[in-house]
Write a protein that binds this ligand. Structure first.
Ligand SMILES: [Zn+2]
Length: 455
């Protein structure tokens, strides 16, 4: 465990390897977005001025393969899937990054980096491709804990004959007929995946920056190669690495055939997005999630418990009086988050606070309720789960129709009150039963009747 010491006091820079946009995202992809969204929120709550850069890989073998199969231009495939990713990030309440650079918009920066590597003897052009010479970089393998002698050939080009060493990896791929290409001093071609991240992180965050993030499956070769390119060129590059665990189904890595039903677009039609966020965010970011519908249902129940308290407490004490302030998170919560983003411990504190809050609510203790509500909302805001915050406010079961349903239920409840006033209890009960049949649960409280949709 290392203390986080930023390059510049009070500032934190973060580069996250984002989407390769050959398909719309499933929950495995979006877990990474949620994990790093929590990190960004916590850094900001800890008063760092954060610069968050998350790239889009919009040119890649897989994108080209989809384009050929669909007989669609490659850029249309990339655009369509990038929109699906943006939709998914927004749906799950991930704050947008400060910059979201696309690989194809940064070819000049890649050419500059390749030139630096060629000039210093770390890279060489060969038959239209440009390769990194791994034997010139003794640190190669250090990030992923491998020795060069044990590594297999880099499987990034079809013909390894052009390489000086089979383990050398492609910085740039020479043009092939029918494929898009950009001109370079070494001939036309297209970016290799690894090069773009070194070029774009340097452009937006500088030659040395604080935190580099990505999925655990990116450590090798992708991040190892990023380190090699940037360090060999003389750049300090990332000071800290954070890798999120993967989402598996029944122990298997999510593949296209297994993962179709777990596309975010499909899932948010059956699960409330905030409950999906709770599910994906609750585990420690480094742990693996083995997807199970029962666990998702449990997460939804846990979130509703939180939401139930926050909603009722705000009704009692008023939501305006308790706008969450990151300064008001309990010290134990801050300590858990500071310890390598200990979200499971942090969430346990949230639930403890909710229990205490419910106890205060039960005896109509407005002071105690307000205190717990303030603490809970401050902690939930850090996790992106404040039911009264953006974007979830008004998003409880019933969604955008809530005000309409509220008005209709109010009409029915007035009729019920009128029936009670004239002691026609049969009519009053019939109204309540009809509402229940329609899925509206009415509860009489000290402050009059309140309703909610039956879960
Ligand atoms: Zn990357």
């Amino acid at each position: 465990m290392r203390e986080f010491t930023p390059l510049q006091p009070g500032r934190a820079s973060l580069y996250l390897c984002g989407a390769t946009v050959q398909a719309p995202p499933h929950i495995g992809h979006i877990r990474s977005g949620v994990s790093f969204d929590i990190l960004v929120r916590w850094l900001r709550a800890s008063h760092y001025q954060v610069t968050y850069c998350r790239n889009v890989t919009d040119i890649d073998d897989k994108i080209l393969a989809v384009a050929v199969a669909e007989e669609t231009p490659w850029w249309a495939v990339a655009e369509r899937n990038q929109r699906a990713f943006t939709r998914a990030y927004d749906a799950l309440g991930c704050l947008p990054p400060d910059v979201e650079p696309r690989a194809t918009g940064h070819v000049p920066e890649m050419i500059v980096l390749m030139q630096r590597l060629i000039d210093t003897g770390h890279a060489y052009p060969a038959e239209g491709d440009v390769y990194f010479d791994v034997r010139t970089f003794p640190e190669y393998g250090a990030l992923s804990g491998q020795r060069l002698a044990h590594m297999k050939a880099a499987a990034d080009t079809e013909d390894n004959a052009a390489k000086r060493d089979p383990r050398d990896f492609a910085l740039w791929k020479g043009a092939k007929p029918g494929e898009p290409s950009w001109p370079t001093p070494w001939g036309p071609g297209r970016p290799g995946w690894h090069l773009e991240c070194s070029a774009m992180s340097t452009k937006y965050l500088g030659p040395e920056f604080d935190i580099h993030g990505g999925g655990l499956d990116l450590i090798f070769p992708h991040h190892e190669n990023e380190v090699a390119q940037s360090h060999a060129a003389g750049d300090g590059f990332a000071r800290y690495w954070l890798h999120n665990g993967l989402v598996r189904i029944a122990g298997e890595k999510m593949s296209k055939s297994l993962g179709n039903s777990l596309l975010v677009d499909a899932m948010v039609t059956t699960v409330r997005p905030v409950e999906l966020r709770y599910y994906l965010g609750q585990a420690h970011y480094r742990s693996e999630i083995d997807y199970a519908p029962a666990a998702l249902a449990e997460a939804a129940t846990a979130y509703r418990r939180i939401e139930g308290f926050v909603t009722r407490a705000a009704e009692l004490v008023g939501a305006d009086a308790v706008t969450p302030d990151s300064g008001s998170v309990p010290a134990a919560f801050a300590a858990a988050m500071d310890d390598d983003l200990g979200v499971p411990q942090a969430l346990a504190l949230v639930h403890e606070t909710i229990r205490e809050g419910n106890a205060a609510l039960a005896v109509a203790d407005a002071g105690g309720t307000a205190k717990r509500l303030t603490e809970a909302r401050a902690m939930l805001a850090v996790l992106g789960l404040d039911p009264l915050g953006v974007p979830w406010a008004g998003g409880e079961a019933g969604g955008d129709l809530r005000p309409v349903v509220d008005a209709l239920v109010s009409v029915a409840l007035e009729q019920r009150e009128a029936a009670r006033a004239r002691k026609d209890f049969a009519a009053a009960d019939a109204i309540r039963d009809q509402l229940l049949a329609a899925g509206v649960v009415v509860e009489d409280t000290l402050r009059g009747p309140r309703w909610e949709l039956r879960p």
